[in-house]
Design a protein around this ligand. Structure first.
Ligand SMILES: C[S@@+](CC[C@H](N)C(=O)[O-])C[C@H]1O[C@@H](n2cnc3c(N)ncnc32)[C@H](O)[C@@H]1O
Length: 393
């Protein structure tokens, strides 16, 4: 283990954070403490078993993966290797942690069976559909246009991080599906050597890692990649405010990864904070808006088209033409509907404009979350005065 690793380890209480460990991943994993990692992303050798050279129609040679690190003598030796690194990953994962492993048809079924045998529990398989796949030049098979990611928890009962709302936001309000259309790593993102050739034959796109880390980790979490290559996992982890541990045995790839990581600027904390789920938000009843004096009894609330006006009551209910009820009930009542979200339906007047009462709820939430028991008159004078002015006219 390098001096840099030892120093970082000492500083981090046994965990070499934001460090690349040079060496074999099984041996290196054994040096890490149990239950210390939040997420493993593994892009292991695919055992491609390429047979002969492949050429394009113009006779240029396709640079396939024919590196020694991808070669195994038999399926049995590949399975033994998979079992060794997967078992160590399961040991270092926290009970709440998850494993992501990516592969192609050459290896992913074997890896999937091995990880199930070890007790991992598969949560999803994700199809990474390549927006720009390489054609099947010989025309003998389908275009091989996807790879598969297996996402697994350490056992069937584990509770694990899944940032459902963040993914939905990433997908413009729609639930994220298990088929991801993401281009291959090309252009300026693709690392090149001094000779202009690709620095690594299987560098993964940062977009793929971005989605994985947004889905299943939190800022500050420890992300481990036992097959670090050029450090794609580390680069995205650093940018998103996660800590990383990389393991790689090729000194050339480590050099590329180090240079790459040095150039990554972490995003500001406010830009990586997770979108809260509805369940995680502090509950604020409408009565609290009245109690806090943001709206006063007798003030009027309107629908966006000013067709209906309701009076605010001291107990946090509304009244319209003799009917009283919650903001939701009265909203539904005036429209003749079975249900209504009163927070977005009813509006108060401020500076001559209608604003949804949800803004007042958000303001109270922000105060509560900041833990500041600041008097209402001090925190919301603009809203309060504007609403008062509107009602007194
Ligand atoms: C598929 S590549 C990973 C590429 C990486 N995801 C990236 O974006 O650059 C697999 C990497 O694992 C490394 N490797 C293979 N066997 C290893 C082992 N036993 N221990 C550590 N690294 C290994 C290889 O040198 C190679 O860089």
């Amino acid at each position: 283990m390098s001096q840099a690793v030892s120093a970082a380890k000492a500083a981090q209480g046994g965990l070499p954070l934001d460090t690349i460990i040079a060496g074999d991943c099984v041996a290196a994993l054994k040096t890490l403490p149990a239950a210390s990692v939040d997420l493993v992303f593994a892009d292991p050798p695919y055992n491609l078993q390429l047979q002969g050279e492949l050429h394009r129609p113009d006779q240029s040679r396709v640079a396939g993966v024919d590196d020694a690190w991808d070669k195994f003598s038999s399926f049995a030796s590949y399975d033994a290797f998979s079992k060794a690194w997967l078992a160590e990953c399961r040991r270092v994962l926290k009970p709440t942690g998850t494993l992501w492993v990516i592969g192609s048809y050459h290896n992913i079924f074997r890896v999937g069976a091995t990880l199930q045998d070890l007790g991992f529990w598969i949560l999803n398989d994700i199809v990474w559909r390549k927006a720009n796949p390489m054609p099947n030049f010989r025309g003998t098979r389908f275009t091989n246009a996807h790879e598969t990611l297996i996402w697994a928890s350490v056992d069937a009962k584990a509770s694990y991080t899944f940032n459902y709302e963040a993914l939905k936001t990433l997908n413009e309000g729609l639930q994220m599906r298990s088929d991801w259309l993401i281009p291959l790593c090309t252009g300026s993102e693709r690392l090149k050597g001094e000779d202009g050739a690709k620095a690594h034959p299987t560098q993964k796109p940062e977009g793929l890692l971005h989605r994985v880390l947004v889905a299943a980790s939190k800022p500050g979490d420890v992300v481990l990649d036992p097959f670090f290559g050029t450090g794609t996992t580390g680069a995205v982890a650093k940018r998103l405010g996660r800590r990383f541990i990389g393991i790689e045995r090729d000194a050339g790839y480590i050099r590329h990864a180090r240079d790459r990581l040095r150039a990554v600027v972490p995003a500001a904390a406010e830009d990586i904070a997770l979108t809260r789920t509805k369940r995680e938000e502090v509950r604020v009843p409408f009565g609290q808006v009245v109690e806090r004096g943001l709206l006063e009894p007798g003030m009027k609330l309107y629908d966006p088209g000013r067709r209906w006006a309701a009076r605010v009551r001291a107990d946090g209910s509304l009244s319209v033409d003799g009917a009283t009820g919650s903001i939701h009930q009265i909203g539904a009542h005036v429209q003749g509907l079975p249900a209504c979200n009163g927070w977005t339906f009813w509006h108060f007047t401020a500076d001559g404009k209608l604003k949804p009462i949800d803004l007042l709820r958000q303001q109270i939430r922000a105060e509560m979350e900041a833990g500041a028991a600041v008097p209402t008159a001090a925190v919301a004078p603009a809203v309060k005065r504007a609403a008062l002015r509107a009602v007194r006219v």
